[in-house]
Design a protein around this ligand. Sequence first.
Ligand code: 5GP
Length: 204
Amino acid sequence: MDKKGAILLISGPSGSGKSSLCKELFNNIESIYFSISTTTREIREGEVDGKHYYFVSKESFLEDIEDDKFLEWAEVHGNLYGTSKKSVLEALESGKLVVFDIDVQGFINISKQFGKYLTSVFITTPSKETLKKRLHNRGTDNKDTIDRRVKHALEEMKFVGRYDYLLINDNFEKSSRDLISIARSAMLKTSTYDIEDFSKRWDF
Ligand code: 5GP
């Protein structure tokens, strides 16, 4: 029977372990499609254009907005981020699990458009102090940036109750297993089946 895809939307502060957990998802779930966002922020060391993000100028981003190329877009930490429409819709149609790593604004937006297909997860550290420590140990951000990220995390935490799942990442192995279970469940939702086709087969 034909199956439609599902959306697994993941939010959470940088430093929560979100990216590493997503990598594990990728290695453990078949038929997975990671939505690659477009952004105007500077490329960081180790990042690859077209893999982590599509890095574009502000002008090009504004043009894409005009051309209605985004499912949603938002300003985060002073930079623009957007989810491309075409590839996501194609992946959904071909039955894939589409994973979004986007912020709370994106979550609210996507909930309105794709509520039926959506499973949402908020990933965070056990406390504000752990988050600060992890960002500090990562060594990629200076103190001001870390303070800004923690402040932003506190703002985002206010929406945590709206997500389907909360993953408090204090044990990577366990969180990874939990996220994989959530992803598998997302693919089994009734909304991923063609019920009309199913009803014909059963004649109900
Ligand atoms: P970073 O610059 O650290 O990679 O990402 C900063 C924030 O932007 C993260 O919270 C990330 O989830 C969010 N983000 C990345 N891509 C998108 C997107 O396409 N749309 C929205 N709304 N947020 C995004």
